[in-house]
Design a protein around this ligand. Structure first.
Ligand code: NIG
Ligand code: FE
Length: 398
């Protein structure tokens, strides 16, 4: 079956490698082109309508599907009480220390059956697809023991088999230290679990921050993960600067995520490395924290990716247009930089840029089609929804 989409305007970054610094603004712009799709792949981009088509769609704006390279899906249930406590004065750390926060989500997840977990998360994932997100990261980290971390990984496997969205799993048993363990022992316990999850995911992540894992345990944990063949990522400098960026760079982490508390040395280190900076402005918005110094990072030549950090505590935001809006307003990123960060660079973090992240012949047909919009509109109009979302050639109409 051949699908043809007529795009009045089409913007896309190009390639399979992360764009860094000033290269993030290099985006192709096509006008009046016909995007031809066969067997889920982009086969041609023409300047005229081809003769034979089975399906024909039209749009004013076509962009690559968004890739959300940092989410905490799957979790179970929400944390409205945290939201209210934070709104009226408590900090994220105070709530965490008092046994709320991540711990509350852990007990909810442990109490859920796999069916409940799948039903709850499927509706979240479908919601993201509707809004143009065609690939997401899925993290564990609300189980914090072997049985429940594996339950989360099993849920991801099942969700992958029933949803068209691509899901790239990350093992994040190192999300918090269970109350029944000390940090050293829990880190040893996790290192043993790595062998059990090796065939289920390629990535390992750790929350290295004040009140979470210290740099000593983060370094030995990620070193063990690297030796076992995992690619590593770090929740770095979200709440404080404990030196997590130095570890990320030293261990050649694929990404350092959050980066709200950075000094000049951290920026310099990142600019000399291949570690991608994953920035999530909805978390700053939700925690009423500062925003990451995106401008300084990009101007120093770092590759920046954008993501939602979607989770029930620090970023309950199912809204890609808000991620982009805050990126323009508070990260001071240009619309072209935002596009590159939320598509190609995010695909590079997830290791899927050979097949997605851009609109190019040979890649998967993952793209969004808007009516009455230009590139800036999708960042300006919070809540804007594409008319069509195309995932591997399959059309979802809103
Ligand atoms: O990325 N910082 C740690 N993890 C999440 C929050 C998870 C939660 O609060 O449930 C984050 O902000
Ligand atoms: Fe996170």
């Amino acid at each position: 079956m051949k699908l043809v989409v007529h795009a009045k305007k089409l913007y896309t970054p190009i390639g399979k490698d992360p764009r860094r610094g000033s290269q993030m603004s290099v985006v192709e712009k096509y006008e009046d082109v016909f995007l031809c799709v066969e067997d889920g792949k982009i086969v041609e981009i023409l300047d005229h309508k081809p003769r034979s088509t089975n399906l024909f769609l039209q749009g004013d704006l076509v962009l690559p599907g968004f890739l959300d390279c940092h989410t905490h899906i799957p979790f179970y249930g929400y944390r409205e009480r945290d939201f209210l406590r934070r709104a009226f004065g408590l900090s994220y750390s105070q709530i965490h220390e008092s046994g709320g926060g991540i711990y509350e989500s852990v007990s909810k997840l442990r109490g859920a059956t796999i069916d409940e977990l799948i039903r709850f998360n499927l509706s979240l994932i479908n919601n993201l697809l509707t809004k143009g997100v065609t690939t997401i990261e899925c993290k564990t980290g609300y189980g914090l023991d072997e049985q429940n971390e594996l339950k989360q990984l099993r849920a991801i496997e099942i969700l992958k088999s029933i949803s068209p969205i691509d899901m790239i799993p990350t093992f994040m048993g190192a999300h918090a230290i269970p109350k029944s363990f000390n940090q050293q022992d829990y880190t040893d316990y996790l290192i043993k679990i790595l062998d059990l999850v090796k065939d289920k995911c390629d990535f390992v992540d750790i929350f290295c921050d004040l009140g979470a894992f210290d740099t000593y345990n983060a370094e030995r944990y990620l070193t063990a993960a690297t030796e076992k063949g995992f690619k590593v990522r770090i929740h770095a400098n979200e709440l404080s600067n404990v030196g997590a960026v130095k570890i990320a760079v030293k261990l050649k982490a694929v990404s350092a995520d959050h980066l709200l508390k950075l000094n000049e040395e951290d920026i310099e280190l990142l600019s000399q490395s291949d570690t991608i900076a994953v920035l999530m402005p909805t978390t700053s918005f939700y925690l009423n924290e500062n925003y990451a110094p995106a401008r300084r990072l990009i101007d120093s030549g770092v590759a920046v990716a954008l993501a939602s950090d979607f989770n029930p505590g620090s970023s309950p935001v199912l809204e890609p247009s808000l991620v982009m809006n805050l990126a323009v307003r508070f990260l001071k990123m240009s619309p072209k930089e935002v596009l590159t960060a939320y598509t190609l660079n995010s695909a590079c973090v997830l290791g899927v840029a050979d097949r997605s992240g851009t609109i190019e012949v040979g890649k998967d047909a993952d793209f969004v089609v808007y009516k009455e919009a230009d590139l800036e509109t999708v960042m300006y109009l919070v809540g804007i929804i594409p008319k069509y979302v195309v995932k591997r050639g399959q059309i979802f109409e809103n």
